[in-house]
Design a protein around this ligand. Sequence first.
Ligand code: FES
Length: 389
Amino acid sequence: MAKGPICRATGSIWGCWSMAYCAFCVLGTPCRLPASIPAETARTAPRHSASGKRMRFMRRRGLRCPDQPHDTAPMTQKLLEVTLSRVWQQTEEIRTFELSPTEGALPSFEAGAHIDIYTDVGPRPYSLCHLHVVDGPYVVGIKREPDGRGASRWLHDTCRVGHRLQIGPPRNNFRLAPQAAHHCLMAGGIGITPVLAMAKALWQRGSSFELVCFFRGRSHAPFLEEMRTAPWNQRVRFHFDDSPAHQVHLDDLCAAQPVGTHFYACGPAGFMAAVRQATRLRPPEQVHQESFSALPAAEKSGRTTFTVELARSGKTVLVEHGESLLQALRRAGHPPITSCEMGVCGSCVTRYLSGTPVHADAFLSADERLRELAICCAGSLSERLVLDL
Ligand code: FES
């Protein structure tokens, strides 16, 4: 058994008697639980619950925290501390997580917003599926992705009620149009989360809307009971892949909508491609999308090497063969804030001043692309790209 004090950040017994944090944390060197610590001690060591304190401790001293998400990323957005106050199962693979403020009230938000949850493998965006309540918690629905990058597995398998987490403030790239003759909400699978909040907001506003949910089957449908018992349940239709009695054809659905309808869609790549096809004749500003993934690789193109100029600092960075713009900026010590790193959350959107970028994100409009790019997935057609950084 450990005889000395245990590091508050990592549970390591390598701490000296005079410090609450071990020497390895203070030096910025990744420390590990020694193999001699009994398995039970290792499991209960307060590694994650103390990580927020540890990160602040390290930042105050200008040191890099060994397990800080995206350890080269600057933490310039103000993070909020929350406690996981409730978890409930929606389907076999989807759970709802309720996050309550540790202190004070959480910021307000509009339907369609998402938050970044800082997980063991970095920040990841998750949509809020409810309406803002003063002094209330945030609620997100999360699908466990066995083949994902690890965040959803960590949240499902490791996080338990009482766990403290850090989150970013709500951001919204998927807003309801303030005025529209009619709103047609379409959700594919777990894409229901922001769309559910939108349906609640439209009902509260007294707006004309309908919600169409596309699920593989009833057993894969989250929030089913909530939608069936909602006061607006007459506005909801379900498509189940496995039920011939519940089929909705996207082309027919979109074609039947009156002129002036605004369309909102969130779901996986195949579903979003079908929505784009079904709404191709509608004005682009009336079609609002939130994707889970950026454009397919085949749609990305551009130069394999190019130079990036950072206008504010006057630095130049060469994006080398086989390297992404994001990787090059990190290598050069100019890491942007990122979250999804797939072109869907908007965390890394930056203005560019000259050059011809190749856009591969899934949310910037044609107009926005004339002056902004998503660093995590953009390339360049021009030899030189000047960023407003
Ligand atoms: S990090 Fe999410 S869009 Fe770039």
